[in-house]
Ligand binder design. Structure first.
Ligand SMILES: NC(=O)c1ccc[n+]([C@@H]2O[C@H](COP(=O)([O-])OP(=O)(O)OC[C@H]3O[C@@H](n4cnc5c(N)ncnc54)[C@H](OP(=O)(O)O)[C@@H]3O)[C@@H](O)[C@H]2O)c1
Length: 302
């Protein structure tokens, strides 16, 4: 029987996709370098390494697969790893998928990816989309906004700050919008996309669009805090984040990420396909949200 492959099935978005496929009783394989991530113990998948240097081994690990769900990307440039390398690795992966005879690739991208974007993340993701479209494999591109759910980093860390400090910095006026989408919705949209005969590109966005300051308020309500909002210039906010970074030994939020947020790149211009609401999830996860800091550098770089 054929199986599906998820890159990073024990990672953040990959988990939601893997659980959805397990619910559909699809045999699963994952390509990952983190086969034992805490919180992913329920995911049953054959494991092979996610490596791009040995192309023949990569082709072998994909042979017999029906759908490849690709979540691979790097969140920011760090050390010697940069977006260009992630684009090149995506090209290797797509070439391997074609040579392995994979029927369909479902590529997880990001809302408002554009080759013209001044932000390397969004421009890089647009380049990966082009690679997918030209791969010779039937494809679907799913473009999430901000994904929320268990294991999330940004919202969890805002909750972490709110639990510890009586005030929170708001870059600018906090009046830029975002449209968060549940990880479960992203997984549903991704599996729907895998079933389409034609190639498709769709956003994955939730039902609610809110201002950044409103999202902070919702998180504060969930964790039972009444923070004072300190409105500050983006530069001052980034300086404050820089100080926090030293404490948590992480990159909480960097300048291009803040620019993307303030330019409303995490808002979709399509009819929302997601149905789950951020507020419901915040309230249902209030007990655990922000208890522990979630470190991107710990997850991927150490
Ligand atoms: N998180 C969001 O809110 C969000 C929003 C919009 C779009 N997206 C897109 O959704 C996809 C998945 O994002 P995610 O946040 O869920 O990521 P993730 O689970 O943390 O990582 C996804 C995959 O990329 C690999 N990876 C991540 N950082 C790496 C690094 N520094 N070096 C080598 N491999 C690395 C992981 O490898 P391991 O399996 O070895 O960990 C995993 O296979 C990405 O394409 C992202 O652009 C995410």
């Amino acid at each position: 029987m054929s199986f599906d492959v998820v890159t990073g099935a024990f990672g953040y978005t990959g988990r939601f996709i893997a659980r959805r496929l397990m619910a559909e009783e699809r045999p699963l394989k994952t390509l990952t370098n983190h086969p034992a991530r805490p919180g992913a113990e329920d995911i049953k998948a054959e494991v092979a390494p996610l490596q791009f240097a040995d192309r023949a081994a990569l082709v072998d690990s994909l042979r017999g697969a029906d759908v490849l769900y690709n979540t691979y990307w790097v969140r920011f440039q760090h050390g010697r790893v940069h977006f260009g390398e992630a684009v090149a690795n995506t090209r290797v992966l797509m070439g391997a998928a074609r040579d392995a005879g994979v029927r369909k690739v479902v590529h997880i991208s990001v809302s408002n990816a554009s080759e013209d974007s001044p932000l390397d993340y969004y421009a890089g993701k647009a380049r990966t989309e082009k690679i997918v479209r030209e791969s010779g494999v039937s494809w679907a591109i799913v473009r999430p906004t901000l994904i929320f759910g268990t294991g999330d980093i940004l919202i969890n860390n805002i909750a972490w700050l709110l639990r510890r400090f009586p005030a929170i910095g708001i870059p600018g006026r906090g009046d830029y919008r975002l449209q968060p989408v549940a990880g479960e919705d992203v997984a549903e949209i991704a599996t729907w996309a895998s079933e389409q005969i034609d190639n498709v590109q769709v956003d994955a966005a939730g039902p609610d669009t809110m201002f950044y300051s409103e999202m902070i308020e919702s998180i504060a309500i969930a964790v039972g805090k009444h923070p004072r909002f300190l409105y500050m210039s983006p530069r001052t906010a980034l300086r404050a984040v820089g100080l926090l970074n030293r404490v948590v030994k992480d990159e909480m939020l960097n300048e291009p990420e803040l620019q993307g947020l303030m330019s409303e790149l995490l808002v979709s211009h399509e009819r929302p396909r997601g149905t789950r609401r951020l507020d419901n999830w915040l309230l249902s996860s209030a007990d655990t949200l922000g208890r522990e800091y979630a470190s991107e550098l710990d997850r991927h770089w150490r």
